[in-house]
Design a binder for this molecule. Structure first.
Ligand SMILES: [Zn+2]
Length: 293
């Protein structure tokens, strides 16, 4: 099951960075997250994990739904309809274009997103992934979530492909900061060094994915993995589905954790059709009964 780098290299994609048009912030329906996982599927997933020395976890909003984070359409009701106070779709208000022209408007909605994330704690799924990083030689997380919960759970090797709302950067100088929340901010916030506009290091609609994260992901895909887990994501973006598709080339086992049907449901080896916390809790218990390695 070890990855073959000679096979993987020609297929390592030059990932398109133009996929951010429809960035989902905290997406997917919060459905069936409490359902218990099928024991046979848990055992099959545990067998894949036990054989693996390197694992990639690809995660989306479904993993944070179990931390009480609102779903896409529930973020302060932002996405309930096309009608915002400004009379514009949310995708326009949260776009790089609007940020450049009307930063206060974009910041208003960024603030609403941050408030929705405030107080959320990592759940058993985040914790299980962090625990596995300590137990296996190589564990990488590729997440679309901007809530920072993987790092809060203790994961260190995390590719935040859409950024993190808690990281801020000046639009003019080199000032950067990590903040726990936006409490007490004067909106839109200004740089303490140069007074220019500050923004969160997240990918706004219509913006490119960050160079560093894309380069890192490409490098990891070149190396390949023994197992790929897709958790709580519909995998609509090519760079999210790519690792699952490449797993076949690497000879890697694939597991999907999602209550619903997704872009990759038809090609994974094992499906756990339930919420992330229940699935990863059951999986870790199964592996702990018969350790990894
Ligand atoms: Zn500055």
């Amino acid at each position: 099951m070890l990855s073959s780098s000679s096979a993987a290299v020609p297929l390592a994609p030059r990932l398109s960075r133009r996929c951010a048009r429809a960035v989902h912030w905290v997406v997917v329906p919060n459905a069936a997250t409490a359902a218990a996982p099928d024991p046979a599927a848990v055992d099959a997933a545990a067998r894949i994990l036990r054989r693996a020395r390197s694992v990639l976890f690809v995660t989306g909003a479904g993993i944070s739904a179990d931390s009480g984070l609102p779903t896409y359409r529930g973020v302060g009701g932002l996405y309930e309809s096309d009608a915002t106070e400004e009379g514009l779709p949310i995708e326009v208000l949260l776009s790089g274009e609007t940020f450049r022209r009307r930063p206060a408007t974009t910041w208003k909605y960024l603030g609403a997103i941050e408030r929705a994330c405030r107080g959320a704690r990592p759940n058993r799924a985040h914790e299980a992934i962090a625990a596995l990083e300590g137990a296996l030689p190589r564990v990488v997380v590729l997440t679309q979530n901007i809530d920072g919960l993987h790092r809060a759970a203790g994961s260190r090797d995390v590719i935040e492909i859409h950024g993190d709302v808690h990281r801020l950067a000046c639009t003019r100088c080199a000032f950067r900061a990590r903040v726990p929340d936006y409490e007490g901010f004067e909106m839109p916030p200004r740089c303490p060094e140069c007074a220019a506009l500050v923004r969160p290091e997240v990918v706004l609609f219509g913006e490119m994915l960050p160079d560093e994260a894309v380069a890192r992901l490409e490098e990891e895909l070149r190396r390949g993995f023994d197992a790929v887990f897709s958790i709580g994501t519909t995998s609509v973006f090519p760079y999210v589905a790519a690792p699952v598709r490449m797993a076949r080339v690497w000879g890697a086992g694939t597991v999907e954790v999602n209550p619903g049907e997704t872009e990759v449901s038809g090609i994974v080896d094992v499906r756990l059709r339930c919420g992330a916390a229940a699935a990863m809790d059951a999986l870790l218990s199964s592996v702990e009964r018969s350790p990894v390695g």
